[in-house]
Design a protein around this ligand. Structure first.
Ligand code: FDA
Length: 286
């Protein structure tokens, strides 16, 4: 059974790019940077993976045409959509083709991080592309994973731009912290290292404890707000996003769109009771 889209409309900008573009324009007009994500994951067919690559390439052109110099609009992609589960060399080839176009148009490509079965492969593919495109590609690291301590060291060594998040996938205790206070404590440590040693990393969270810790760390260490950014998801903490821009911080909003919104939507519902409430409200309004 397919759920009606309006249930997801709080978190997903539309089922088509045309529906998502007015959202991009509105966020940009309020000074918010945007990452567009064409939803989809876990592709097992070469032709579908190539079509995803071509869609991402078209998206780069669309963004380049619409973006003025003050805004850092970019795309966010999942490698599992571009052939990672079929053959890593094939996926790398697709990624390189995309990055060629992205670099020519000066559009950054963020590699979303999926479940832990793909962490190693995603970071390997990132490193394989990074040498040739150091200013246009960066990974996501998840504070909940125990391995992230080492991965942060590696990214600091490379100076790569990282998006840091808590991690949205259920992972076993053996490889991931389960306790929120421990995840926050790890997050803050990683944030401090990224702000000191990498170019323009993204602190992706809606969590005030982490946001406050980031602001105060930057302040104490004379780290200028323009050297990093905060990131939030479309539909969440909308006023806070704008207040942070008014306070002089870079804020990027992750804007997903597309018909394959269900897995993304269910991750948002699992995360927070308030998100379930948004859906119930949409249901009662209909
Ligand atoms: P969390 O949901 O843990 O909430 C912590 C606290 O923050 C709450 O108790 C409350 O105090 C405050 N808070 C949260 N939401 C609020 C609201 N709406 N209003 C008021 N207060 C609120 N994950 C992944 O595995 N791979 C990825 O590639 C990405 N990419 C990504 C990009 C971006 C831009 C973001 C923001 C997040 C991701 N994530 C992700 C998801 C991420 O890993 C995580 O699951 C969610 O961000 C939820 O964790 P938070 O730290 O945001 O707050």
């Amino acid at each position: 059974m397919k759920l009606p889209f309006f249930l997801a409309s709080r978190f997903v900008a539309g089922e088509t790019l045309d529906a998502a573009l007015p959202v991009l324009d509105e966020l940009n007009s309020d000074g918010l940077h945007v990452a567009l994500d064409k939803l989809g994951e876990h592709v097992y067919d070469r032709e579908v993976a190539e079509a995803a690559r071509d869609t991402y390439i078209d998206l780069v052109h669309t963004l380049a045409d619409r973006t003025n110099n003050d805004l850092r609009n970019r795309i966010s992609i999942k490698l599992s959509m571009m052939g990672q589960l079929i053959d890593e060399d094939f996926c790398l080839d697709n990624l390189r083709q995309l990055l060629e176009v992205a670099a020519r148009n000066d559009i950054f490509v963020r590699l979303d991080m999926e479940g832990s079965d793909l962490t190693e492969s995603t970071l390997d593919l990132f490193e394989a592309a990074y040498d040739d495109f150091p200013n246009h590609v960066g990974p996501v690291l998840q504070a909940m994973l125990r391995r992230t301590d080492r991965d942060i060291d590696r990214m600091c060594e490379l100076g790569a731009s990282v998006r840091l998040c808590k991690g949205a996938y259920a992972e076993p205790k053996a490889i991931a912290f389960q306790d929120m206070s421990r995840i926050r404590e790890r997050y803050v440590d990683y944030m401090e290292r990224l702000l000191q040693h990498t170019e323009y990393s993204g602190i992706a969270t809606h969590d005030d404890q982490i946001i406050d810790a980031t602001k105060s760390f930057a302040d104490r260490n004379d780290i200028e707000p323009e050297t990093f950014e905060f990131q939030m998801l479309y539909g969440l903490r909308r006023e806070t996003q704008r207040e942070m821009v008014e306070d002089g911080y870079n804020m990027m909003v992750y804007v997903p769109y597309g018909t394959e919104w269900f897995p993304y939507f269910s991750r948002r519902l699992r995360e927070k009771k308030e998100n379930v409430w948004f859906v119930l409200k949409a249901l009662f309004k209909s």
